[in-house]
Every structure is written in structure tokens, then in C-alpha cells.
Design a protein around this ligand. Sequence first.
Ligand code: NAD
Length: 420
Amino acid sequence: MKSLYAGPVFEMAREQFHVIADHLGIPQDDRDRLLYPKRAIVVSCPIHMDDGRQRVFVGYRVQHHLTLGPAKGGTRFAANVDIGEIAALAIWMSWKCALADLPYGGGKGGVAVDPHALSMRELENLSRRYMQEMIPFVGPRVDVMAPDMGTNEQVMAWFMDTYSMYQGITVPEIVTGKPVGTGGTLGRREATGHGVAFLSFRALEALDINPVGATAIVQGFGNVGTHAALGLAARGVKLVGVSDHTVAYHDPRGLEVRALVDHVEKNGVLLGWSSEAVIDPRSLLEQPCDVLAPCAVERVIDADVARRLNCRVIAEGANGPTTPEADRVLAERNDGIFVIPDILCNAGGVVVSYFEWVQDLQQYFWSKEEVMDRLERALDRSWSMVVARAKRDGVSNRTAAMAIGVERVRKAKQARGLFP
Ligand code: NAD
């Protein structure tokens, strides 16, 4: 099937899917139906800029499937976003939601814009216009958005407000990741990073490594990276490397996580925190550590990087950080680097988004303890299934995790049949 989504990120999702389809023996004529998105929407978002000009930004939303419930997935604001990347991210969301046993299909959206280059007013204009353009295609039972790279709780509040103004009533369940107090749930802000740290501890346990005194490197210091670093540090793991899109730091003696977080809260970026610990960002991933947590963008661990990795655990906070070629290198290395694949490792975000949606639908809100406890139990269930499946089938954790997700979606499609 010729694809409108062609590009390196979609190609990666396609290749991963075929590895799983081969493993599960899925016949060729079932594959396109499982892989290709149900819907892809492209919109133009014209907005007023502060200097009086008008500019048009291109926005996307991909709904991979709606077999199990509404599409669910984040909205990314980044300069290089394109339809292929959004489709790949929507596909990964499908396997992730199915692995966590959530009643959702995968969705993802984005706008091709550098959010750092916009003023607050321009960001609000763009967020509202993007949601307005999406109103015919989304809904609490159709497609529920959430934050991703370049968007945050404030953007979700504008999305929710825009949708609600058109409906004439408040509809908090249209997006998740909203501020607490406007229908957001306690625990959503830290959910993804907390899950990354929680599963890293499971992996350290499996390798018999004491977290106290173990070391970690975190790439990306936004929502996921900061909470992963804080979660790791809370149980004694020493952060020896960190980066964002402006700079990378490395210090084997350890970096003060709280001070880094405070610096980013004040300045927006890591740049300017230290002049002594600066390191080439690409070589950061190759420095020795126990836990390497890529929490930024796709495809940062390619075959070359994989050959030079010097870690015991890869905790994939980001979506798609490891290419299929790198997966093959890791398998050939045969030195037991423990990969916690993205659809398991960063699932804390969508699990707590699901809790938020449920609370909004019921208008009944839970305590933080209840959210975090249910989150950890959900992650533990997925963890046990993945580890057991990998052992049983003699496959990688990624193959095991994706196989469980793909199988669940396929079973639901088979049970419902093909309309008409
Ligand atoms: P964010 O916008 O809050 O932060 C992104 C961080 O990555 C920033 O610190 C940015 O400077 C940094 N970054 C960007 N490009 C980089 C590069 N080339 N090298 C190093 N750092 C770079 O985004 P986020 O919400 O933390 O998302 C990060 C990743 O986690 C994405 O892959 C996203 O899809 C994934 N994810 C996020 C959530 C969530 O709940 N936010 C859930 C699941 C997965």
C-alpha cells in the first residue's frame, strides 16, 4: 500500500509492526487494516501575530483506530512535525493503550511550529484555533487529546475552554492533562516521569543492582525528563548526565536534580546552569551509567550509538527513541542491556490520562494517593506480562510488549468483524 505517511519515523513504526506481525504470523491481508490509520486530518491555522501580521500554521491529527473506544493521544508543537511522524506516534499509542488494557485507540496531533518562538498571546491564539479547526473531528467519545512535546497544562486548558465555548457547556472530558481545578487530575503532571522511574527500579531489581548509588543519564528535561530524574533521585540514584535542546551536562560526581529543576523553572532551559559540566550532546548517551533514560525525541539511539552504549538499562521515556537497526545491534551485543520499551515505560501518562477522563465523566475526583496507587498497580501488571512473554517466547521486551498490544487490537477487530 503506497503511503502518504512516508518518512523515517513512519517507516520505523511500519518496520516494527512487521516484525511483530511476522512473530505473530498475521496474514498479509490483515496487516494493512491493522497498521494504516483510520483517519488523518490536516488543517490550516491562521492566527494574528503580535506585530500585526497574520501567519498560517499547519496542524495535524491522526486517529489510528477507534475499535476499542475513542482515539487517545497527545498534541505536539514542534517545528519539524509532519503527518508521517504524527501517524507513527498514533500507531504507537494504539499498542500502548492496548498493552495497558485501556478502552482507547491511538491518536496523535501536532502543529508545525517552534513554540519557543511564540509569545504567550500567540501560543494561546494558535492553541485555540487548532482546537477550533478540530471540533468536527474530536469529542469525548471520539478523540481525546493530551499534552506532548511543546504543549502543557495551559495549552490543554485553552483546548478545553475553546471546545466548551462552542458547546455552550463545560466539557472537561474533551482533553486530559488539564490543570487541577479545571477538571485535571492530581498526579497527571508527574505520571509519565514517575512511571519511567518506577519501571527503572523494576529493571534494576531484575538485574540485582541497588538503586542507592546507581547512576542515571536523562536526555530531555521537560515534563517527562524532570519527573523521571526526580523519581530516580528520590530513591538514591545519582544523576550523572542530563540534556535538553540547548545544552548537555555530564559530571560523574553527580548533578543536583532539584537545582537543575529550579534553574529550568526560572529560565525555561538548562543552558546557563554550569560552564564546567558541558559535554557534546551526542556523546552524552554513550557515557557510563546504570539507567539511560531518553526522554526527548525519536531516533536518538541509532545503530552507531547502540554500539557505543555503556548502560545497563534503557528506560524509554520518549516515544520511539531507539531505531529498529539499533534494536538489532542491541540483540547482537548480547550483553544484556535491559530495554524498557516506550509503550511500557512511558505509559504512566496515558494511564493517568485515562483516570482523568473517567473522573471527568463521573464528576467524582480521587485523592493523589489513589491515583498513584492505581498507576503503580497498572504499570506492574503490564511489566509482569511483558517480562513473562519475553521469557516465554524468547524475544526482546519490545517485541513482547508490542505483540501483546497488537494481539489485543486484532482480537477486538476480529470479534467486531469488518463493516459492512
Ligand atoms: P516537553 O516539551 O515537556 O520536553 C521536551 C524536552 O526535550 C525539553 O527539555 C527539550 O528541550 C528536550 N529536547 C528536545 N529536543 C531535544 C534533543 N534533540 N536533545 C535533547 N533534548 C531535547 O515534552 P515531554 O512531554 O516531556 O515529552 C518528551 C517525550 O516523551 C516525547 O517523546 C513525548 O512524546 C514522550 N511522552 C510524553 C508524555 C507526557 O505525558 N508528556 C507521555 C508519554 C510520552
